[in-house]
Design a protein around this ligand. Structure first.
Ligand code: FAD
Length: 481
């Protein structure tokens, strides 16, 4: 027999030729509740393929933090296949050409993939359908969301634009589908195609190696995602009380695991579905926010780079073409040197760990947009480059939500006050951790250090809150007139 199963037995069609199945891996780097893998494993010997594709996403290529996570996640997934005497195929290039050529090489009957909604992936899925050799079909599965985007619709049959009715509609449509087990048997052809060596992809930073903080903060991969979920089982009931407190470990920190598909939201939902606590109900709504963001980019593919609302943005934002020195302010924000301790702690947490607490993401984003009057797209890009969970849909949707430029009902003139937010959400220890030069200040002083207690190496505020607020409101009114 030409192809032989490496674990378990391969299914064969009449005449004994196995029906090889390619699984196209993207942000679904797991074995459990992996619909594409599950279907492929039932149909024949499986060739799992991950293509590092820097062509299709164009300016949305993976950032440095993404690449670091991806390296470790692929390493972990390869180990999982290895334990079953299997392997994954790594290739670099244009996904469509690579997959079409592999399908030809292994005589694949099907390419299985979980649907992705980033515009470049949707385009690639379309192109792949046409590029596959005769006799090989593309089979798309719903894998990464509680409900497939587009399921929840208004009475008129349109997808929702606003979060609250979207969330209500999803809750009414629940339960989500059943969780799929890891396939019992995954057979593979004996003559698997060649694979690149992961280390040749240079996904990890070397000179300088800035990833020390990430290594300390994260365990990557499917097993780590399940460990985190185990930990979260004892904490989810407290989520309602703790989630806004950056000094506490009060949220799940599952976002990169979810983003890379190391665990599915369906698995998480089924773990907690019988819980009645307010903590779980609020957590479930956050998972629905994740679905909502995909529902938005499904309707507006360019949303992460185009404001939805009609402002005169030439007037709204400070503009280098009109002599505004935004470069320096942008740099101070990126480096966590704005003089606002809560903002600086958040931005430094992001740089060190590739992650930022949700409440602080809102404060830091609002500060850039409204205190510094810098176009939200600069912030979105920085988060995209530095977050390990940087997600085209979730990042874009949240940036436009904070900016008040988006589809939802939040408005630009709602301006967050960073100093009161810092006090209200007891950020003292969080600031001490990430802004060590302020560590000796008292709880009273640390949110807004006055001149007589502020250490020499901590900067003055870039702009006072009241002045920033007035400037933002004026720009807003001018941009509407
Ligand atoms: C300006 C800004 C940018 C953001 N960019 C991203 C991003 O690129 N990727 C990302 O996953 N989240 C993003 N978020 C949402 C949120 O901050 C993170 O999902 C959350 O902080 C992750 O931590 P956690 O896993 O502990 O979340 P938890 O509070 O434990 O929530 C559970 C899960 O729900 C999802 N979730 C929670 N809040 C949101 C939300 N507002 N929108 C969408 N999904 C949500 C995440 O998958 C998260 O892991 C952004 C928020 C803001 C304000």
């Amino acid at each position: 027999m030409k192809n032989r199963a490496s674990t378990g037995s391969a299914r064969t069609v009449e005449g004994g030729i196995p029906e090889n199945q390619i699984v196209w891996l993207r942000r679904d780097l797991r074995m459990k509740d992996q619909p594409a893998l599950y279907a492929a494993a039932q149909a024949g010997p499986v060739v799992p393929v991950f293509v590092l594709d820097d062509d299709r996403p164009r300016e949305r290529q993976y950032g440095g933090a993404h690449r670091w996570w991806l390296h470790h996640s692929l390493e972990s997934l390869s180990r999982s296949y290895g334990k079953r005497n299997g392997s994954i195929v790594l290739r670099q290039g244009d996904s469509v050409s690579v997959l079409a050529s592999l399908a030809d090489q292994v005589g694949a009957k099907a390419v299985h993939a979980n649907r992705h909604y980033e515009p470049w992936w949707r385009e690639a899925e379309e192109d792949l359908r046409d590029a596959l050799p005769d006799g090989c079909e593309l089979v798309l599965h719903d894998g990464n969301y509680l409900l497939p985007p587009g399921t929840a619709r208004t009475g008129g049959g349109d997808p929702y634009k606003i979060y609250t009715p979207f969330s209500k509609a999803e809750l009414e449509l629940f339960p989500p589908r059943d969780e799929l087990p890891e396939p019992e048997t995954i057979s593979q052809p004996s003559d698997m195609p060649d694979s690149d060596d992961l280390s040749d992809w240079d996904l990890l930073p070397t000179e300088p190696d800035w990833a020390g903080g990430l290594r300390e903060f994260w365990n990557v991969g499917e097993a780590a995602a399940w460990d985190r979920l185990d930990w979260w089982k004892d904490h989810v009931d407290d989520y309602e009380d703790d989630r806004n407190l950056p000094s506490e470990d009060g949220s799940s920190k599952m976002s990169p695991h979810l983003h890379w598909g190391e665990i599915s939201p369906i698995s998480i939902w089924h773990t907690f579905k019988d819980k009645r606590s307010q903590g779980w109900k609020t957590f479930e709504k956050e998972l629905i926010w994740r679905d909502y963001a995909q529902n938005i980019i499904m309707q507006f593919p360019d949303y992460p780079q185009e404001s939805y609302r009609d402002y005169d943005e030439q007037v709204l934002w400070r503009n280098p073409n009109r002599g505004h020195l935004i470069e320096e302010d942008l740099k101070a924000w990126q480096q966590g040197r704005t003089g606002y301790p809560i903002v600086d702690a958040g931005m430094r947490q992001l740089w060190q760990t590739g992650w930022m607490h949700n409440r602080v993401r809102m404060i830091a984003a609002s500060f850039l947009i409204k205190h510094l009057l810098i176009d939200w797209r600069h912030g979105e890009r920085w988060f995209w480059d530095t977050l390990v969970d940087g997600d085209y849909a979730s990042n874009g949707t949240n940036w436009q939500w904070v900016a008040g430029t988006g589809v939802d009902s939040n408005m630009f003139p709602r301006i967050m006050a960073p100093l009161s937010q810092s006090e209200k959400f007891a950020a003292e220890d969080y600031i001490r951790e990430y802004v060590p030069e302020l560590a000796d200040l008292s709880d009273e002083d640390i949110h807004d250090p006055s001149e007589d207690v502020r250490p020499d190496d901590y900067p003055e505020m870039l702009i006072g809150h009241r002045q920033a607020r007035e400037r933002a409101l004026e720009a807003y009114h001018d941009s509407k007139s």
